[in-house]
Ligand binder design. Sequence first.
Ligand SMILES: NC(=O)c1ccc[n+]([C@@H]2O[C@H](COP(=O)([O-])OP(=O)(O)OC[C@H]3O[C@@H](n4cnc5c(N)ncnc54)[C@H](OP(=O)(O)O)[C@@H]3O)[C@@H](O)[C@H]2O)c1
Length: 397
Amino acid sequence: MAKKRVLLLGSTGSIGESTDQVVQSLAGELDLVGLAAHSSWERLLEQIRIHSPEAVALVNPEAAGKLRESLASGKDDSLRSPKIYEGEEGLVELVRETEADVLVAAISGAAGLPANIAALETGKDLALANKESLVMSGSILTRLARDKDLRILPVDSEHSAIFQSLQGSSLEEVERIILTASGGPFRQTSAEELKDVTRQDALNHPTWEMGEKITIDSATLMNKALEIIEARWLFDLPPEQIEVVVHPQSIIHSLVEYRDGSTICQLGPPDMRVPIQYALTYPRRLPLPVERVSLAELGQLTFESPDTVRFPALRLAYEVLEQGGTAATVFNASNEIAVSSFLKEEIPFLGILKVVETCLKQHNAVDNPDLESIFAADEWARLETEKILRLECKESA
Ligand SMILES: NC(=O)c1ccc[n+]([C@@H]2O[C@H](COP(=O)([O-])OP(=O)(O)OC[C@H]3O[C@@H](n4cnc5c(N)ncnc54)[C@H](OP(=O)(O)O)[C@@H]3O)[C@@H](O)[C@H]2O)c1
């Protein structure tokens, strides 16, 4: 059987590195034909040495220059030099011009959207980690996949768990899906204490090791809010059939409750290689050397309802779905700006959702948006959030 050709965007990040490991452990099955990152050219060079891809892209032109220089310097004589693309346009060209069966979308944030669209337009399945792109333009990506008879395979562990629990059943048989949430580092932190938590506290996730943006999103529960919207599009379910339960051990990755009263779930170690490999080898299950779950050693698994007062993100997700149109685009873009401001220690932790909610209130959602309206709403939300942040800073000065 021919190897599956994989194009990996965001190869130097947390999901990218886990994908790299999966591909290396399934070298007879998978071939990395293209890689892309933003600036991490030195790590990309190491990955080029391992995988010898046909083409790579770096969004930062300076970094692309350094990669070219290093490859041309002769130190890597034995290496087949890949074609090197640069800039945002280069990233999309890489996707359009490289033949592949599946694109692993592991860029963080809205920046991943144009490449994901290009992948579907050029006939590639999407193994989707980049939930933000589906949140901001769910109707467009899912329509494109349907029209082209392509798959959007979930990489997010919760959505992979739902996808796995749905095998052999049909959506009409589903009563509800239940996404599990670890609850993040502040699950037991009081509303009063949340006022003073620091960047460092928020980056200290109890069960998962991830990139900075998603780690902050997990602390605010914005990650779960984005996942509710992601689930709405991936499984074509209305919001009232999507629920969240807090499960601090992150062993049950999500559940499907069927109309006959049975609930089916997927358990596994908190290791992203499991859902990544499933997305890349679906519907087959191949060996993977990850830790096994020992229920006897764990002793107990616990569950609780999420607190939507301390963590308003979940409430906002349902409001955004109710509003429809470009509301989710604004929700996502405003959060990206607010998180980046928190990471620069310009606003307090509780400021993130406050700013996002203010921005949402000021938005007049456009129904059935086309791509142009989506990009316009994304840009509007970024500028509006910057404005709100400047006002916040002035008031607190
Ligand atoms: N980490 C997880 O466990 C996890 C779980 C579920 C879903 N996800 C989702 O997966 C995506 C990636 O998360 P992550 O934790 O892997 O993030 P990450 O560690 O921050 O990595 C991000 C990757 O994207 C590249 N990148 C960043 N901005 C870019 C841009 N503007 N253009 C092109 N490339 C860019 C980075 O390149 P440089 O290294 O050059 O900056 C890096 O390779 C996110 O959407 C996240 O929500 C992650």
